[in-house]
Structures are given as C-alpha cells and as structure tokens.
Design a protein. Structure first.
Length: 263
C-alpha cells in the first residue's frame, strides 16, 4: 500500500508515522484512517519496530474528524457517528494503548477534538511550546471521544476534565504539562529532533520489558491493589525469562554496555 495521507517508515528500530494532511490541519477522513491502520498493522508485525513515534506535518497536530466529510445538511439522513467511532476511532486508540512497544507522540501544534485525545492514548507525549489541546467536541454538540472521558479525569482530575470537556477552551502545552496531561514541552523548532532522539534512545533499551511496564501501568486504574500485585508478579515472571534481562544482568556484572534486542 502506498500512503498519500501519512508518512511512514521503519528505521533504526523506530517506526515513524506522521499525519500528512496539513491543509486540513491533519483532520481525519476515512482514507487517512485506513492508512494509519495499515501502518500500525505493519508496526505490530515488524520485528524491526521497537518504538513508535507518532507526529504530524505542518502547523497543527490534528483537528480531529474532518468535518467536511460529514454530511449534515437539513435534508440529509441523520448521521450515525457511533459507526465511525466503532470503525475508526476506537480501534485506533485501542491499538495505540495495546501496541507492545513504547509509543511516543510529538504534538507539533494545535490538537483538537479526537486529535486532542489520540496523544493521550500514547505513552510519552512531547509537545512543542506553541502546541495546544482543545476538547472541541462541546462546541459542536458532541461528546469527547477516542477515550477522552476515561483518560482526562485520570490524568488531570475530574474538576479539570469537566472544565476542559464542557468549556472547550484551548489548553496551552505548558499548562498541559503542569496539569500532568503530557510529559514534556520543548521548543517548537527542536520538537522533531528531540522526539526522534528519545525514540532512538528507547529503541536501544529492553523494549520487551518496556512493553510489559506499559501493560502493567495501563491496567493499574482498573485493578485493586492485590490484583495489581499479582499482575506485577506475572509480568515480572515474563520479563525474567527474556533475553534482555539476561543480557542486562550480564552486562552489569561485567561492567560493559548491554546490547538489548527487545526480546
Ligand atoms: C478543518 C478542520 C476539521 C475539516 C480545521 N475538519 N477542516 C468523531 C466521529 C465522527 C464525527 C465527528 O467527530 C468525531 C470526533 C471529533 O474529532 S469531533 C471534533 C472535530 N474537530 C473540531 O471541531 C475542530 C475544528 N477546528 C477548529 O476548531 C480549528 O480549526 C482549530 C482550533 C483546530 C484551529 O484553528 P485555527 O488555527 O484558527 O485554524 P483554522 O480554523 O483556520 O483551520 C485551518 C484550516 O483547516 C481551515 O481550512 P481553510 O481552507 O479555511 O484554510 C479549516 O477549515 C481546516 N480545518 N479543522 N476538523
């Protein structure tokens, strides 16, 4: 499949996926959804991909659903937006959360609607200083989707989640970082390089173990303390059987740099 609406490559352990409809602020139409889905399938299947970096081209990250794609003329049939969520948005955020590798998101500008919540389904979110997050749904009579109603209160608390979701105001990158919505803010001009450097650095780490860390932390909101302790035990058991664990201990004991393989 050749891609028209995204850029995609796998190099040095890093899968790079960049949304590429800058004139529409990288809003999602069906074609871009299908391309992103195909790229994520390739990431899952490739043994070369150890980290995914998700970002976008142009001055914005993503303005959510392409609203020109939705016919809401008075004489048109009432749309079933649930269908598009079932078909595209839910599978997308589930895939990002479930991918057994670290997912970095570099938010390079405005992120609105579903475009504000997709980064929250990633593991490490970096944003350019001029980036912003807008829960734009309420402005057009919709409900935050793509996991927003689940992720937002857990990340920033219910009071801030309700204000973001019901007021639809722009939240700047620095405030987003102070609120715990994202990991780090960097200068706009440095964002791509910083994100790639982080991705390459992580790709040389024990990424199988990192995927298990991701799994355990993602499960922690749903588990009680005892269940989580048991999950930690189970995942530690898996981690302990990995080549990377053996290599890590051996390198430590022999005072050499480890060569991790992600398995
Ligand atoms: C756009 C869009 C856009 C098309 C900017 N569509 N063209 C799920 C299931 C099914 C259906 C419904 O939705 C969902 C989930 C959702 O994501 S709902 C939320 C959809 N998104 C929005 O409501 C955000 C709409 N956009 C905006 O509010 C603004 O564009 C933001 C605040 C993102 C950026 O504002 P500005 O920086 O002032 O840029 P702009 O508004 O001038 O936009 C630049 C261009 O991008 C412009 O086109 P033009 O031809 O005039 O240059 C916009 O029309 C286009 N664009 N968002 N979602």
């Amino acid at each position: 499949m050749t891609f028209q609406h995204i850029l995609f490559s796998i190099e040095d352990g890093v899968a790079f996926l960049s949304l590429n409809r800058p004139e529409q602020l990288n809003s999602f139409n069906a074609a871009m959804h299908l391309e992103v889905r195909e790229a994520l399938k390739q990431v899952r299947q490739s043994s070369d991909a150890r980290v995914l970096l998700l970002t976008a081209e142009g001055r914005g990250f993503c303005a959510g659903q392409d609203l020109s794609d939705r016919n809401v003329a008075p004489d048109a049939e009432v749309p079933d937006l649930g269908e598009s969520i079932d078909k595209f948005y839910n599978p997308l955020v589930r895939t990002l959360r479930d991918l057994p590798l670290p997912v970095i998101c570099a938010v390079n500008g405005v992120a609105a609607g579903a475009g504000a919540n997709i980064p929250l389904a990633c593991d490490l979110v970096l944003a350019g200083r001029s980036a912003s997050f807008i829960q734009a749904f309420c402005k057009i009579g919709l409900v935050p989707d793509s996991g927003g109603t689940w992720l937002l209160p857990r990340l920033v608390g219910m009071a801030r989640a309700k204000a973001l979701a019901m007021l639809g105001e722009r939240l700047g990158a620095e405030q987003a970082q102070q609120w715990g919505l994202i990991h780090r803010v960097v200068d706009d001009a440095a964002l791509r390089d910083e994100a790639l450097t982080l991705a390459r650095q992580l790709a040389s780490q024990p990424t199988y173990g990192l995927a298990l860390i991701k799994r355990s932390l993602n499960a922690s909101f749903d588990n009680g303390f005892d269940e989580q302790l048991e999950l930690e035990r189970d995942l530690q058991r898996l981690a302990g059987r990995s080549e990377d664990y053996r290599e890590g201990v051996s390198a430590f004991m022999n005072k050499r740099t480890p060569a991790f393989k992600g398995r």
